[in-house]
Design a protein around this ligand. Sequence first.
Ligand SMILES: Nc1ncnc2c1ncn2[C@@H]1O[C@H](COP(=O)(O)OP(=O)(O)OP(=O)(O)O)[C@@H](O)[C@H]1O
Ligand SMILES: [Mg+2]
Length: 469
Amino acid sequence: MAFQNRAPLQESFAYTVYRIASSFASLDDRDTIVTQALALLGDVCDAGRAYLFLFDWSAGTMDNTHEWCAPGVSAEIEGLRNLPLDMFPWWMQRLKNGDQIHIPDVAQLPPEAAAEQEILQGQEIRSVLVLPVYREGRLGGFIGLDNVRSAATWAPDTREYLQVAAELVGSTITRDDRARNAEARRAELQEAYEHLKQTQTQLLQSEKLASIGMLAAGVAHEINNPVAYVTSNTATLRQYLEDMRRLVEAALAGTEPATLGEMATSMDLRFILEDSDDIIAANLGGLRKVADIVKNLMAFSRVNEHDQIEVTDIHQGIRNTLDIAAHMLKYTVEVDFRPGDDVPPIRCNLGELNQVFLNVLVNATQAITATSRERKGHIAIVTHVADGMVHCVIRDDGPGFPEDQMHRVFEPFFTTKEVGEGTGLGMSIAYDIIVNKHQGRLEIGNNDDGGAFVHIRLPLVTSTPTAET
Ligand SMILES: Nc1ncnc2c1ncn2[C@@H]1O[C@H](COP(=O)(O)OP(=O)(O)OP(=O)(O)O)[C@@H](O)[C@H]1O
Ligand SMILES: [Mg+2]
């Protein structure tokens, strides 16, 4: 009797299941758990060999992935890889039906199991017990126990214990599959994230260029105007100078004063002198204007330089941005900027903040011009200090944020504008700059009396970290 010196049959099977279950709970490594489970099963069933086959349904193959051999029994695992799933049709059908298979005597197999008989006999296997293994709720393989003689006489309860053991092995594999999938998924996500970060940097760059490009046309016009009249004024001055040269040369050549007087009257010398003063004043004014525009552009374009964090006056940044946007704003909106006296220079990257001010101003202007109206629109910019933060609130009297989409405004690519008019990046970039880069807060909403507001809060840090020490 095979079990003579053992605990009663039922009990030892239950104990095996218990031990597999506890290794399942305490061990992490799939291979260790499965190998240990096979050893326990092989032992309790008094088998020569216990092994696990896993199916690859998509490839139509199966592999012997784990094996346990009783002392003196030779290993077979090496030759049992990549076998076709239809190698054991009779066997497979029974597994698909959810049955355990017990073949007490391989020699007695029915004719429809001829393929199985040939292979089993080739390995000198006389009896087999096979337990279906489920992976993610689907037949995923089987546990085979070779040379198990007595199984035919085991009670249904005993077979159920064995099935529980096979289920435990299946759930170990499933758990491990999931962990591996999760890890692969994590790696994929990480890669996608890196890619996204890179794309975002590129987009950020092109968004800067786009908003600057949009302003460039206006700026060009602003510069072109004074340049045009300085050029034509200079041509007039040259003509005046020519007339005066003739007069001076005549005087030097000893021309009579009376004749010189006639010459001066005919060329209208008095007017020439007065007009020259006006022309020079106008030219200087025009050149000053060009110089201002260039200075503003240079200050604004710090946005394209390396990150510059310094203690600086954000009001200057707002004025700068307003100057740059002046051409865009001047026909459609009036801007009322009220800088708070209590706002000190703060530690920030002014180039980046200018980008935020510009994005918000462009949005407000676009929102205002999207509605037909009699009068110009209105943008109010107010700054002040409260709760240890610098606040900057920008309100417009446009249609306001779309109420039902408010939560999406900071999403990259969210736009309600026509294709080609908005990329939907302005506010997401503003959010990144204010919240992530400046540890500030960015809030949006609609005013009680209509229109939108954007509320920027920046930390009130008035010195650089090194200056404090
Ligand atoms: N002042 C505002 N008034 C009303 N709606 C606004 C205002 N500012 C933004 N929005 C809404 O928020 C959306 C997102 O703004 P965001 O600046 O991120 O993108 P965009 O202006 O559409 O495109 P981009 O700025 O990239 O050119 C806008 O499409 C618009 O619907
Ligand atoms: Mg925008």
